[in-house]
Design a protein around this ligand. Structure first.
Ligand SMILES: CC(=O)[C@@H](O)[C@H](O)COP(=O)(O)O
Ligand SMILES: NCC(=O)COP(=O)(O)O
Length: 255
């Protein structure tokens, strides 16, 4: 990944490109084309969440993206998200992505809506985290902004946590906005104090990204899909990628 030590990497989640593609048998819009254009425009990585029901990203997409990035963008990161107790570990073993993001979603869940909880999940997560790391894969745990959970996330072997940011996005414009953003900043600091790096994602957009990164310290990577693809329908992948990179740059200047 080619970001400077202080800046935040942009990982484009292509789930929603695959969702549209799957509504016909024509192979368009192409997930590989979307990845190529976004990476050409400066995105630092690609994220996919191959859910067990293959509603959007399919196993073939994962393997084709893994091969494409290895061949054409060796400096870009591939991040595969999923539930390690469902189908994620097979992708980790077969593709050995730069990062695996463990998400506690049920198979039928409409979208991700919560993180892991400790100590409840520690014992069953520990061996799978160790296996992924033994394969050279960085492990990030999808977490709610709970400062008190971060030491336990480190103790179970995680390299990073991904702060689940729907709560932040939903709070904007409400009387709770300041307190919610401060909670995310506290969670990030607690994670970093425990020796974890911090990612963030879910419902981030051009409207809320700069403020989040300005006030939440040291975010290494944001993974953005739904709003990104929605914007790309209007602006195109190249302009959208540049817009999101500009939001990241603005946050660095404002911090
Ligand atoms: C973990 C998370 O918040 C998202 O990365 C997730 O991939 C969203 O999944 P859908 O695109 O299926 O809503
Ligand atoms: N981990 C978050 C992600 O990859 C994309 O989430 P969203 O932007 O589609 O909500």
């Amino acid at each position: 990944m080619t970001t400077s030590s202080s800046s935040t990497a942009l990982s484009v989640n292509l789930n929603k490109v695959a969702l549209v593609r799957n509504t016909r048998h024509l192979g368009i819009p192409s997930v590989l084309f979307a990845a190529s254009v976004c990476l050409d425009a400066g995105a630092h990585g690609i994220t996919v969440h191959p859910r067990p029901d293959a509603r959007h990203i399919r196993a073939q997409d994962v393997h084709e993206l893994s091969a494409l990035l290895a061949r054409d963008w060796p400096n870009a990161e591939f991040n595969i998200e999923g539930n390690p107790f469902h189908n994620l570990m097979d992708f980790v073993r077969e593709c050995r992505p730069h990062q695996a993001t463990f998400v506690p979603d049920s198979e039928s869940q409409a979208t991700s809506d919560h993180g892991w909880t400790f100590p409840d999940d520690a014992d069953r997560l520990r061996p799978l985290i160790a296996e992924a790391k033994s394969l050279g894969v960085r492990v990030s745990l999808f977490m709610d902004p709970a400062p008190e959970m971060m030491a336990a996330a480190k103790a179970v072997g995680a390299d990073r946590v991904e702060l689940y940011t729907e709560g932040y996005a939903a709070s904007r414009g409400t009387s709770r906005a300041g307190a919610v953003l401060a909670l995310y900043a506290d969670a990030a600091r607690a994670a970093q104090a425990a020796g974890l790096e911090v990612n963030a994602g879910h419902d981030l957009s051009r409207d809320n990204l700069t403020e989040f990164l300005r006030d939440v310290p040291g975010v290494k990577e944001v993974s953005i899909g739904h709003a990104f693809v929605s914007d790309a329908l209007e602006l195109g992948y190249t302009a959208t990628t540049r817009d999101y990179l500009r939001c990241i740059d603005e946050s660095q200047r404002a911090a």
